[in-house]
Ligand binder design. Structure first.
Ligand code: ATP
Ligand code: MG
Length: 424
């Protein structure tokens, strides 16, 4: 097979160990990533791509695989330095959790010549599962480099005729069983069959930093995921009922953050023992306002913590009407407690939808483990659904809630749950 452009970091044809069942494809295996909204919206492209490259690099760190990243026009190419298929596969799998990537393709880089392109396409069809049942095929060529001597349709015809000649398969351009994609780039040609949808969204960190109020429940991890997907790097804050509850909710929060860490890396979980503060609220005669008063104190504490961490917003898992503290009037009373914006990405979602998403991101099973939520101790038999802001402010005046929040923010315990750590 012809040599690739040396400047592009060519390594020759690779035969991956342990892949003997599949014949090698002419070329070098790599991961080809299609990017999201930047292309569509023309936002700050450089920042998007740089941020994404850094995030890709930190995502693969735990794999112990040396990679190289090349920015091409509108796509990113990731190579494993080993050139081994197993490494490239592991990197491709990891890319599915990196925000900002819309498609993940396991592709073959070949020399920028028709012969090499034909050979790779023949090899790929030759190992496609639909080959044995004589499935229909389609070749889909496109050029990012218009100087290539053949047009896309000429390439389609050339490669298509060779595939037909070799394998005698029918063509079906609309609904093929085997689609071979050919992308002519500046330095090389990428050839691949199907890909996997990526996480989409924006690269984590691109939108700034925020603090997630993280219970051990189902909703807040999904809320965190949604906002990471919009480019926020998040820290996590959990209030435990300690010393009046056991530590189970902390273990759950820890396990949840460790799972969510796969989407951003470097996650920090801060835990506040909240039981005594709850008791003080109760002693102040909050009665039916207990839950909303607690939630306001959580938010006030979170605001202090966010300020110290450089977080510009708070994130909660509230959904309108889901529980009594989440009526419109109560949510309004919660907003009144702090100056920072409170982001509630689940506000319009049904519980069933939230659960489906929690299952997909692998947090549901952790959330469903039993624990003693701090909010369920000391709760009144009947909770207020129409909390009045003035009444809440009265309670807070008696307690000096501002001072309590400051004080609570000094009791933080910091954890670093990292994806890939034992137990993940
Ligand atoms: P979740 O499933 O996230 O616990 P929920 O449906 O149980 O939500 P609430 O218990 O009213 O509803 O909590 C609403 C939001 O308040 C949570 O999504 C979370 O953001 C925040 N919150 C509640 N309890 C805690 C806690 N112990 N620590 C930190 N944040 C909390
Ligand atoms: Mg809860």
């Amino acid at each position: 097979m012809p040599m690739l452009d040396a400047a592009a970091g060519q390594v020759g044809t690779s035969t991956a160990p342990g892949q003997d069942a599949k014949a090698p494809v002419a070329g070098e295996p790599c991961v080809l990533l299609k990017l999201g909204e930047i292309v569509l919206k023309g936002r700050n492209r450089d920042q998007f791509e740089r941020r994404l490259q850094n995030n890709i690099r930190s995502a693969v760190k735990g794999l112990g695989i040396k990679i190289q990243i090349w920015q091409r026009e509108g796509v990113i190419v990731v190579r494993a330095e080993s050139g081994e298929l197993a490494d490239v596969d592991a990197v491709a799998r990891r890319m599915l959790d990196v925000m900002g990537i819309v498609w993940v393709h396991r592709a073959w880089r070949v020399a920028k010549e028709p012969d090499a392109t034909v050979q790779a396409a023949l090899d790929l069809v030759g190992q496609h599962p639909a080959l044995v049942r004589k499935g229909a095929f389609a070749i889909r060529a496109r050029r990012r480099d218009k100087r290539f001597p053949m047009t896309s349709s000429e390439l389609n015809i050339l490669v298509g005729s060779k595939v037909q000649e070799r394998y005698d398969l029918p063509v079906n351009l609309k609904h093929p069983d085997i689609a071979v994609f050919i992308e002519v780039d500046q330095r090389e040609v990428f050839v691949f069959t199907d890909g996997t949808p990526g996480a989409g969204g924006l690269p984590v960190g691109m939108s700034g930093r925020a603090l997630v109020l993280m219970s051990g429940g189902i909703d807040s991890p999904v809320a965190a995921y949604r906002m990471m997907r919009r480019g926020l790097k998040v820290d996590f804050l959990h209030f435990s009922g300690m010393p009046f509850t056991g530590p189970e909710s902390i273990y759950k929060a820890y396990a949840l953050v460790r799972e969510l860490d796969k989407f951003q890396g470097g996650s920090r979980l801060f835990v506040v023992p909240f039981g005594k503060a709850q008791q003080q609220i109760k002693s102040s005669g909050a009665d039916r306002l207990q839950i909303v008063a607690q939630r306001r104190l959580m938010l006030k504490t979170a605001e202090v913590v966010a300020h110290n961490l450089g977080g510009a917003a708070l994130i909660t898992g509230d959904a309108l009407g889901q529980v009594s503290s989440q009526t419109l009037q109560n949510i309004t009373a919660l907003d009144d407690a702090v100056e920072l914006p409170i982001m509630r990405p689940l506000i319009g979602m049904d519980k069933i939808e939230i659960m489906a998403e929690a299952r997909r991101i692998h947090t549901l099973a952790i959330s469903e483990l039993p624990d003693e939520d701090c909010c369920t101790v000391l709760t009144p038999r009947r909770a207020e659904t129409r909390a009045k802001i003035d009444d809440l402010r009265q309670i807070e005046k008696r307690l000096d809630a501002g001072e309590m929040a400051e004080q609570l923010s000094t009791t933080l315990q910091e954890h670093r749950p990292s994806y890939g750590d034992p137990g993940a």
